[in-house]
Design a protein around this ligand. Structure first.
Ligand SMILES: *Cc1c(COP(=O)(O)O)cnc(C)c1O
Length: 467
């Protein structure tokens, strides 16, 4: 039987896997940042199985040339981090040891508790926040909003966790420039996508107009609200004035959820930490790990200032063998997942391996490089920088007449990404078809910015469509 054979050659299989991984990482700088790949004809499920050695060969044949440098230095699409060497070590060990982080009396529990403490120190978040790992910022947003929903129910005398959303139908969710995952979360929570009210931004900004927010709250006084503050929008990394939003909580009762999926890393640098001033007053905060923390997919953290309400929503009650959730703290009573991978371990490795200073350098390096790219774009007549480079994202477009913009952006991005040198994403910013480059990978260096800028120029110079 192949499984018994593989048990005997576990060492060899791990060595082959290590060799494959090492080779991949040694050429990551030369691989295409992105490419469009086609699916293969389906592979039939074998009766007997091939065993690990042959299966690795099949993987190499079928997918070897489809692997891209999504975690390489010039993948600047979406907001995509890489994997630090120590994070990879932690991830391997998480799979090898395969502890279930649902178990209260296990190393996995202690590792998660310790990692959360390290992260609170990295982000300078106060002690009272309960942190927990979830699968991504979408789930962190979902979790924060679920606790907010419970809190709002309580303000109006109903227990939504027990009685369902039907008990409170007037709930509205306010935000200015919410991430797309917010609509998805509202749909999953039964709050409904259409109950999201988008408030006006300040002129030429993606940050909320505080006066407009206050006006809305005043006009709808007494109604239940969640406000989702943005601490780093995906187009221009704009931040709501979090201190001003938090100050409104004294006058108007609302749940403040801060989506700081990648903007939370501003806390790592004294140059940018002011952007987060006031986030310590939030009721719940989302921070992603698989973006700027540079750990592998998938991991994010939810920080909550209301563990008592959180356990009402997420307790896995009724399973006698798990004990009383109130008596025995266990993460599974505070997050959507029950059985859980050791998501904290890659973060634990990376945080201890590189420390506060290592993360400060990653963040400051990425910001400096984004500013470099922004400066090159600003002085080039073919391009137009659409917003100041506030942190790690450069938002720009081609300087062509408005009627040609969509076609020009599409064609430029298609050619740029097909070159394999980099990957950027298209967007619409203030009604303009635009391009965004997000630099959050620890590998990225000045030479990468130069290489990409040269390619950008090569694509536009002398081309009619961009004139
Ligand atoms: C990426 C992102 C999300 C969603 O995160 P996932 O990790 O993809 O689930 C939410 N909010 C913001 C601001 C983001 O940048």
């Amino acid at each position: 039987m192949k499984l018994r054979d593989d048990l005997k050659r576990t060492d060899q299989l791990l060595q082959l896997t290590k060799d494959f991984s090492s080779r991949f990482l040694s050429v990551i700088d030369k691989l295409a940042a992105d490419k469009v790949v086609k699916p293969h004809a389906p592979i039939p499920l074998p009766d007997e199985g091939f065993g690990g050695v042959t299966t690795l060969e099949k993987f190499r044949q079928r997918y070897g040339d489809q692997l891209t440098a999504a975690s390489g230095p010039r993948y600047w699409g979406f907001v995509t981090g890489g994997v630090t060497p120590a994070a990879l070590m932690g991830d391997w060990i998480a799979a090898a040891t395969d502890l279930n982080a649902a178990d209260r009396d296990s190393a996995a529990f202690n590792i998660e508790t310790e990692t959360i403490a390290l992260l609170k120190s990295l982000f300078n978040l106060p002690e009272h926040f309960l942190g927990a790992f979830v699968t991504g910022a979408t789930m962190a947003n979902f979790t924060g909003l679920a606790i907010g929903r419970e809190w709002l129910g309580k303000q109006h005398g109903v227990d939504i966790a027990k009685d369902g959303m039907a008990a409170l139908s007037s709930l509205k969710v306010l935000s200015c420039t919410p991430h797309s995952s917010i609509g998805k979360s509202l749909s999953m929570l039964g709050l409904g996508r259409n109950n999201l009210v988008k408030l006006p931004a300040l002129p030429q900004r993606e940050a909320v107009d505080i006066a407009a927010l206050e006006q809305y709250l005043e006009a709808h006084k007494g109604q239940p609200f969640i406000y989702i503050a943005n601490a780093g929008t995906v187009n221009t990394v704009d931040f709501d004035d979090l201190a001003a939003v938090a100050a409104l909580k004294k006058k108007y009762d609302f749940w403040l959820h801060v989506d700081a999926a990648f903007g939370g890393f501003a806390a790592c640098s004294a140059d940018y930490s002011h952007l987060l001033q006031g986030w310590e007053l939030a009721d719940s905060i989302t921070v992603d790990a698989h973006k700027w923390l540079n750990v592998p997919y998938d991991a994010a953290m939810i920080f909550s200032a209301h563990p008592d309400l959180q356990v009402e929503v997420f307790q896995n009650a009724g399973a006698a063998y798990l004990g009383d959730p109130a008596a025995h703290f266990n993460f599974i009573n505070y997050v959507p997942e029950n059985s859980r991978r050791q998501r904290a371990l890659p973060a634990w490795f990376s945080l201890l391996a590189y420390g506060k200073d290592g993360y400060r350098q990653i963040v400051e390096n990425n910001v400096q490089l984004a500013q470099q790219l922004g400066a090159l774009i600003a002085q080039d007549k073919h391009f137009k920088l659409l917003a100041p480079v506030r942190l790690c994202v450069v938002c720009f477009t081609l300087d062509v007449p408005e009627a040609q913009q969509e076609m020009a952006v599409n064609q430029f991005l298609q050619e740029l990404n097909a070159s394999g040198l980099t990957c950027m994403t298209r967007t619409v910013y203030q009604g303009k078809h635009a391009i965004r480059a997000a630099l959050v990978n620890w590998r990225t260096a000045t030479k990468d910015v130069q290489l990409v800028y040269e390619k950008m120029k090569e694509l536009v110079i002398g081309k009619q469509v961009y004139a």
